[in-house]
Design a protein around this ligand. Structure first.
Ligand code: CP
Length: 308
């Protein structure tokens, strides 16, 4: 399986065998990611981080992965402090950074920007989120979390929240279709998953149900994947309040849940999960954000030709 120099742009670029190989590699590297074992697999390599939008987890877990595996990081810092504020284009910025690093991680508000950057770069470009498009490394760590904490094959999962604009939900649905998942989409009518994604899932023989009620599905699922409801997209604040209240995960909702139900969230959460849930065995979201480190370490070692 050839990963060296591969650009990581969309989950659609991955077969199931490729995903399994990345997850297996991440499992091997998890002790290094936890700081329990030492490794120099990325020694002498430099990773550049270009974030045109805010990030905590993606940016810092890439940094942690690189540093714990012996590599170094060049962070462009804020857009205001860079020459982009003088009007430099993304294409020129990429051409320049290509000479400073062995791989580039890019988060940008424009859909398609990572694919475009890859055309100007001789080193691998990793998409860390391109507008409402894809966030493939989030999906890989979500799959790792599901495999590590539950099971992937035939998983019964409900994905809840803003399914219209949420890029993590789009990438995750596609990837789960490779594992025969049974998917329930929970959202208000106005934030339903785009029809082309649902058609794509059905063309892969995936069972997809849509509902607005969490109560309707809670007793039947292995994983509840919550996503942020994007308040800024609601013209009427009272509409937002209604939706946010109807999809909030509160302790009473879990009365009917399976004992082994895992609750996931890409974070940051706003009001989607009551903090009381944090103390229950269902809360998986903070471990999920840690799993970003072994998964990104695995991906970096594979694309930079240092497979452990
Ligand atoms: N999950 C995620 O992408 O988080 P950040 O925006 O903090 O990177």
């Amino acid at each position: 399986m050839k990963f060296t120099n591969m650009d990581i742009i969309s989950m659609k670029d991955f077969s199931r065998d490729m995903i399994d190989h990345i997850l297996d590699t991440a499992e091997k590297l998890e002790p290094v990611a936890r700081g329990k074992e030492r490794s120099d697999i990325l020694q002498g390599l430099v990773l550049s981080l270009l974030f045109f939008e805010p990030s905590t987890r993606t940016r810092m877990s890439f940094e942690s992965a690189m540093v714990r595996a012996g590599g170094s990081v060049l962070n462009m810092g804020s857009v205001e402090a860079s020459s982009i504020s003088k009007g430099e284009t993304l294409a020129d910025t990429i051409r320049v950074i290509d000479g400073y690093a062995d791989a580039i991680v890019l988060r940008h508000p424009k859909e398609g920007s990572a694919r475009m950057a890859a055309e100007y770069s001789s080193v691998p470009v990793i998409n860390a989120g391109d507008g409402a498009g894809q966030h493939p490394t989030q999906t890989l760590l979500d799959l790792y979390t599901i495999r590590r904490e539950s099971h992937l094959e035939g998983i019964k999962i409900a994905i809840a929240g803003d399914l219209k604009y949420g890029r993590t939900a789009h990438s995750l649905c596609y990837a789960l279709s490779l594992y025969g998942a049974d998917i329930t989409l929970v959202s208000p009518e106005s934030l339903r998953m785009p029809e082309e994604i649902i058609e794509d899932l059905r063309s892969h023989d995936i069972n997809v149900y849509q509902t607005s009620s969490m109560e309707e599905v809670i007793s039947d699922i292995d994983v509840l994947y919550a996503t942020r409801i994007q308040k800024e997209r609601f013209p009427d604040p009272t509409e937002y309040q209604k939706v946010a209240a109807s999809l909030k995960i509160v302790p009473q909702l879990l009365d009917e849940a399976k004992e082994g139900l895992k609750i996931m969230h890409p974070l940051p959460r706003i009001n989607e999960i009551d903090p009381q849930i944090d103390e229950t065995p269902h809360a998986t979201y903070f471990r999920q954000s840690f799993y970003g480190v072994p998964v990104r370490m695995a991906l970096l070692s594979l694309v930079m030709g240092r497979e452990p």
